[in-house]
Design a protein around this ligand. Structure first.
Ligand code: UDP
Ligand code: MG
Length: 309
């Protein structure tokens, strides 16, 4: 088997970061080809996720300068996970192995050598894992690491401190493409594939230019998708909470009968508490329902508007 590598880079409003990222990636790819870790026909595939700034212009310029670049342009912004999958789908159809990495190079490109060595040894999936999060703020680190723990507690399988920096063979990508779901949480879906896997550690640094393109809304959507995609346990927990509340209601009733004075207070708390919990329960059910609705509609994930190859 040949080892044509596609480095897949989703880009949303990255006109500032791309001019810094591009030379680092081309130098890295040349080095990998030189070492025999990647085939001579390897490419850097830039996926423009419907950017509103000059990203596509920058990409066209890069493509004209250096034939190592290939590019896709989505018809509109579809979000990081969809853009990444679009790139992986194209890459798996054209090459043997893919590595996905963000456009801001927060992930260390030097981990690619080891990823490809693992691939050469027969691994289909190699996860890049952050060995430290010292470049993240305390809040980001706390929420992100807490989130991985919540998913694990709910029974979901995720690789701790792995985001979307990973190597996948085309065979593994083609398996991933058979998952029909529209609400994508790739880092939770990939471990379901099986195959031989490995992890490679690296230091995560700060964004090389521009602001984070993951606003709080996009981040929350990804976080909720992650839970609903991997676990139905929150729905079951509703029944548990209901049972506990029912028992508490009986206790409150007895307490009210005994202590006439405190009765009003207990009654008020019970009413507010119970109403809040019922709404919360409805909210959790609604979250799953809205995902079922999305899945039933099964709308296309993206449309490709331009291709440079
Ligand atoms: N991104 C994308 N579409 C979006 C948002 C982000 O393709 O709607 C890309 C972005 O260009 C970057 C990657 O996803 O390559 C990760 O985004 P970012 O670095 O802003 O996220 P953070 O590192 O702050 O979590
Ligand atoms: Mg980033």
């Amino acid at each position: 088997m040949d080892n044509t590598l596609y480095i897949v880079v989703p880009c949303y409003n990255e006109e500032e970061a791309l001019p810094l990222t591009a030379p680092v990636l081309t130098a890295k790819l040349d080095e990998l080809i030189g070492k025999g870790l990647a085939g001579a026909e390897s490419r850097i595939l830039l996926v423009d996720d419907g950017s509103k700034d000059g990203t596509w212009g920058v990409i066209k310029g890069l493509y004209e300068e250096n034939k190592r670049f290939a590019a896709l342009r989505l018809s509109r912004n579809r979000g990081h996970q969809n853009a990444l999958l679009a790139g992986l789908e194209y890459a798996a159809a054209h090459g043997d192995v893919t590595i996905s990495i963000d456009a801001d190079l927060q992930d260390d490109v030097n981990a690619m050598d080891e990823m490809l060595s693992r691939f050469a040894e027969g691994c289909d999936i190699v996860y890049g894992v952050r060995s430290s999060r010292s470049s993240d703020t305390f809040t980001k680190r706390f929420t992100a690491e807490g989130y991985y723990k919540v998913i694990a507690a709910l029974g979901g399988e995720v690789i701790f401190n792995h985001a979307d920096y990973r190597l996948m063979s085309s065979r593994a990508v083609n398996a991933l493409l058979q998952f029909p779901e529209r609400s994508l949480f790739l880092r939770g879906m990939v471990p379901m594939l099986g195959y031989k896997t490995a992890t490679v550690e690296y230091e995560r640094s700060a964004r090389n230019a521009g602001e984070s393109k993951y606003g709080i809304k996009k981040m929350l959507t990804l976080a909720i998708n992650g839970i609903t995609a991997l676990s139905a346990r929150p729905i079951r927990m509703i029944a548990g909470v209901g049972a506990v509340l029912f028992a508490a209601g009986i206790v409150a009733l007895i307490a009210m009968l005994i202590a006439g004075a405190a009765a009003a207070a207990i009654a008020a708390v019970s009413v507010w508490g119970a109403a809040g919990l019922v709404l919360l329960a409805l909210g959790i059910l609604g979250e799953y329902m809205s995902h079922i609705y999305e899945e039933v509609k099964a709308r296309p994930r993206y449309f490709i508007m331009d291709t440079l190859e």
